[in-house]
Write a protein that binds this ligand. Structure first.
Ligand code: Q9C
Ligand code: ZN
Length: 342
């Protein structure tokens, strides 16, 4: 299996985040991608390729154009304003406020284009976002060209980014971009299987009214787990999209025995849908030792995820999302991939 990876991810580092009333060093840090890359090498998964540069057109097929055009301006505008620290929002247009009026001040714009303070910018953040996007599309091209699978070692991740919002460490929704790209390349149907611990709220929002991209999400119950305000079982899509969104919220403490039942159900729905290609939003924050998550999967379970996905018998693109137990993140992520290869 080929892996696509860019060292430019590392420029997105040193950012802080708000956890339990304190500003602490971000969990989404450069060492995550480096541990995965090292494991790809030590397991001899296959060659590691650099991404090709892509225009932003494919991003604008799933994100609002003004949102994509905003992202490269964040750090320059933040610098111009003379603000210290990393660029992050502090005000949001919630119920009863004017979400339709775009402000002009950079810190207000950050709130206009986000749902939380979890997608922060430092100097190298835009170049990392762009490299992650290029990694996703380059890996998508490998599968389009006829290979059974490929691994997009994306960082930053993407599944919390919606059509016009960032959040949860995510800026461009790489999985949504590649799913739409396959549609534009002639695929009739695409399925996105999101196994990250957190609900892929951005992916759900992007495809919620569509029947040509099936979205399946396994995650922590949003009553008690981030990102809270989406991801319930009764969210099944609307209009043409009704019946093409499936959520599997699960309680804290969920072990492999229960989690794998949800995976089995999702895989059966996926098979019934008959997509041309599967995009896996591959988060490994379901791991028992993940510092911000509450499921109980063990390292030995990850190859079983890959084996089950392989049994779908479909072209499959793996797109890296979350996972914060950095010591084991490579073992677990690459475990899925070696399990897939059999
Ligand atoms: N107590 C992804 O996995 N907040 N994003 C966590 C920790 C944000 C996760 C709070 C979690 C975002 C891609
Ligand atoms: Zn996650």
């Amino acid at each position: 299996m080929k892996t696509v990876f860019s060292p430019l991810h590392a420029g997105h580092g040193g950012q802080m985040e708000l956890v339990a009333g304190e500003i602490v060093p971000g969990f989404e840090k450069p060492s995550r991608a480096e541990f995965i890359r090292a494991r790809v090498e030590s397991e001899k998964l296959g060659p590691i390729l650099a991404p090709k540069e892509h225009a932003l057109d494919a991003a604008k097929r799933v994100h609002r154009a003004d949102y994509i055009d905003f992202l490269p301006t964040v750090w320059p505008l933040w610098q111009e304003a003379g603000y210290p620290g990393s660029a992050m929002p502090f005000t949001w247009p919630t119920r009863g406020l004017r979400a339709d009026v775009r402000p002009t001040r950079i810190d207000a714009l950050m709130g206009y284009y986000s749902f939380d303070a979890g997608a922060t910018f430092v100097k190298g953040t835009w170049d990392a976002i762009k490299s992650s996007y290029d990694v996703g599309l380059t890996a998508a091209e490998i599968v389009k060209a006829g290979e059974r699978t490929a691994f997009a070692l994306c960082r930053p991740p993407g599944h919390h980014a919606g059509a016009a919002f960032m959040g949860g460490y995510c800026f461009i929704n790489n999985a949504a971009v590649v799913a739409q790209w396959y549609r534009d390349q002639g695929a009739a149907r695409v399925a996105i299987l999101d196994v990250d611990y957190h609900h892929g709220n951005g992916t759900q929002e992007i495809f919620y009214e569509r029947d040509d991209v099936l979205v399946l999400n396994l995650h922590g119950d949003p009553n008690t787990e981030y990102p809270f305000f989406l991801g319930h079982a009764d969210e099944r899509g609307v209009g043409r999209g009704e019946g093409f969104n499936h959520n599997y919220p699960m309680p804290a403490g969920t072990p492999w025995t229960k989690w794998s039942e949800a995976l089995e159900d999702a895989c059966n729905k996926l098979t019934a849908y008959g997509p041309d290609v599967v995009v896996v939003s591959l988060g490994v924050d379901t791991f028992e030792k993940d510092p911000i998550s509450q499921f109980k999967l063990k390292s030995e379970d990850y190859p079983r995820i890959g084996e089950r996905i392989a049994r779908l018998g479909l072209p499959t693109l793996f797109v890296m999302e979350g996972g914060y137990a950095v010591e084991e993140i490579g073992v677990n992520a690459v475990g899925v991939l070696t399990g897939f290869e059999g």
